[in-house]
Ligand binder design. Structure first.
Ligand SMILES: Cc1cc2nc3c(=O)[nH]c(=O)nc-3n(C[C@H](O)[C@H](O)[C@H](O)COP(=O)(O)OP(=O)(O)OC[C@H]3O[C@@H](n4cnc5c(N)ncnc54)[C@H](O)[C@@H]3O)c2cc1C
Length: 403
C-alpha cells in the first residue's frame, strides 16, 4: 500500500477539502477557489465556519507549503480572474508567506533559538507536574474552553485550521492557559499539514509580542462568537490582558545567500519536501532525480504520510543518510554536480548543510537554486510586512503577472 492509498482511506472530515498530497489535487483546489479570490475572500476570509465548510479561505496552504503548487501559479490565477483591486487582499495574504520566509532567512537565529528553547520546555515538562498536567489537558482537548478544545481535535484530525482559529488558539495558549509558546508552536508543527518553520514560528512570535516587539494579539470572546458564526462564545473564560512576552536574545540580521553557481555539466536533481516540483519554474532539467526525506521525530503520522506522498512515496532516510544517498545516486548518474531548490531555514536546510562538506570531500558540488519569486520577495522582508506590501505591484510586474 502506498501513502497515497492511505490518504484515500482517511475519513473525509473536511467535506469541502480533502488534502490529497499531489500536484493535481492542489491544482484542482486552486480551480475550485479561484472564483472566490476577489470580493468573496475580502468579505469572508475572517470567518471560520469549521471543517465542514472551508469556503471562506482557499485551504491551499498544504500544497503551497511543499510547493506542489507555487505562489506564482496561485497569483497568476487570482489576477487572471479578478481585477487587481478585487484580488488585492488575497494577493497580500499570499505575500505574507514570502514575508515570513524571507524574514526568517535573514534572522536564522530565531529558528535555532526556538529549537533550543523547545528542548528546555520539554525538559521542564518532565519536572513540573502542574505544567505537565496543564499541557496534557490542553493538547488532549480538555482545557475546558470549548472552542479551544474543538480546535485541538480539528487540528489533530484534519491537519488544518483556519487562520483566525490559529490566531485565537495561539493567543489562548499563551495568555489564557499561560503555557510556553514554544510548546504550542511545536504542537502545530506536529499536526499541521502546512507546518512551516517560518510561517508557524513567526506567527506564534507575532501573537506573543516577540515579532513586532511589544504588540500582542488578544483573542476576545465577542470576536470568536462573531467569526465562528456563533458556534462558540467563551465569554468570561479568556484572559483580558495580553502582556508581551520578552526574550533576552537579540536576533541579528544575516544577508540573503548569493545566487548559486550554475552546474557546468550533467547533473543529478535532488528533490526535498521544501520544493516538490522544482521543474515548475525553478530547475529546467530532465536530469535523473533523487528524492530525500527525513521526518521530524515528533511529526504526526498524518503529516509524515502527506510529505512522503508529496515526494512520490520516496523512502524515509535517517538524517545521517543524506550524504551517502546523494553520493551513491550521483555516482550512478555519472555526475559530480547536484542541483536542488534552495532550502529555506528549517530541518531540510540543516540536513543539506550537514551533507554539503561530505559531498565536497567526494568532489561533488551542491547547487541550491532560488526561485525568481523568492529572489524578488525576500530582500524586502527584513523589517515589517508593510515594507514588502509596498513592493507587491513592482514584484508582480517583474514576474510578468499582469491582470
Ligand atoms: C499561530 C499561527 C501559526 C501558523 N502556522 C502556519 C504554518 O505552519 N504554515 C503556513 O503555511 N501558515 C501558517 N499560518 C498562517 C496562516 O494561518 C495559514 O497560511 C492559512 O491559514 C492557510 O490557510 P489558507 O490556505 O486557506 O489561506 P488563505 O487565506 O486562502 O491564503 C492563501 C495562501 O496565502 C498564504 N498565507 C495566508 N495567510 C498567511 C499568513 N498569515 N502567514 C503566512 N502565509 C499566509 C498561505 O500560503 C495560504 O495558503 C499560521 C498562522 C498563525 C496565526
Amino acid at each position: 500500500m502506498t501513502t497515497s492509498d492511505l490518504f484515500d482511506d482517511l475519513p473525509r472530515l473536511n467535506k469541502d477539502v480533502v488534502f490529497t498530497p499531489t500536484r493535481a489535487a492542489g491544482l484542482a483546489q486552486l480551480e475550485t477557489f479561484v472564483s472566490r479570490m476577489g470580493d468573496h475572500y475580502t468579505a469572508q476570509r475572517n470567518y471560520d465556519l469549521g471543517a465542514q465548510d472551508r469556503s471562506t479561505a482557499s485551504a491551499l496552504s498544504p500544497w503551497i507549503r511543499h510547493r506542489l503548487i507555487t505562489e506564482e501559479e496561485v497569483l497568476t490565477r487570482a489576477l487572471a480572474r479578478h481585477s487587481p483591486s478585487a484580488a488585492s487582499k488575497f494577493v497580500q495574504e499570499v505575500f505574507w508567506r514570502g514575508y515570513f520566509k524571507g524574514w526568517l532567512e535573514q534572522h536564522p537565529s530565531v529558528w535555532k533559538a526556538f529549537r533550543h528553547d523547545l528542548r528546555l520546555a520539554y525538559a521542564r515538562l518532565e519536572n513540573d507536574e502542574v505544567l505537565k498536567h496543564d499541557y496534557t489537558d490542553a493538547t488532549e482537548g480538555r482545557s475546558g474552553i470549548a472552542c479551544f478544545d474543538h480546535w485541538v481535535n480539528e487540528l489533530v484530525q484534519t491537519g488544518y485550521l483556519h487562520n483566525h482559529a490559529r490566531m485565537w488558539f495561539a493567543s489562548i495558549w499563551i495568555f489564557s492557559l499561560r503555557l510556553p509558546w514554544q510548546l504550542g508552536a511545536d504542537f502545530f508543527m506536529q499536526h499541521l499539514l502546512d507546518g512551516d518553520p517560518a510561517s508557524n514560528t513567526l506567527s506564534w512570535r507575532w501573537v506573543g509580542g516577540l515579532h513586532t516587539k511589544g504588540k500582542t494579539y488578544l483573542a476576545r470572546a465577542s470576536n470568536i462568537a462573531k467569526y465562528t458564526g456563533g458556534r462558540f462564545n467563551p465569554e468570561g473564560q479568556l484572559a483580558g490582558l495580553a502582556i508581551a512576552l520578552e526574550e533576552l536574545e537579540e536576533h541579528p540580521f544575516v544577508p540573503l545567500p548569493l545566487p548559486s553557481t550554475a552546474p557546468q555539466s550533467k547533473t543529478l536533481r535532488l528533490i526535498t519536501e521544501e520544493d516538490c516540483y522544482p521543474e515548475i519554474g525553478a530547475i529546467q532539467s530532465d536530469a535523473p532525480v533523487l528524492r530525500v526525506f527525513t521526518p521530524m521525530p515528533e511529526q504526526s503520522e498524518q503529516v509524515r504520510a502527506f510529505k512522503q506522498a508529496a515526494l512520490q512515496d520516496t523512502e524515509v532516510l535517517s538524517s545521517a543518510n543524506w550524504a551517502a544517498c546523494v553520493i551513491e545516486a550521483a555516482q550512478a548518474a555519472g555526475t559530480r554536480e547536484v542541483i536542488t531548490a534552495h532550502a529555506p531555514v528549517g530541518p531540510t536546510a540543516t540536513h543539506l548543510a550537514q551533507a554539503k562538506p561530505l559531498l565536497e570531500r567526494e568532489g561533488i558540488t551542491l547547487h541550491q537554486q532560488m526561485r525568481a519569486y523568492d529572489c524578488l520577495t525576500w530582500p524586502h522582508a527584513n523589517k515589517g510586512f508593510f515594507k514588502l506590501k509596498k513592493q507587491i505591484p513592482k514584484i508582480l510586474a517583474q514576474l510578468d503577472l499582469k491582470p
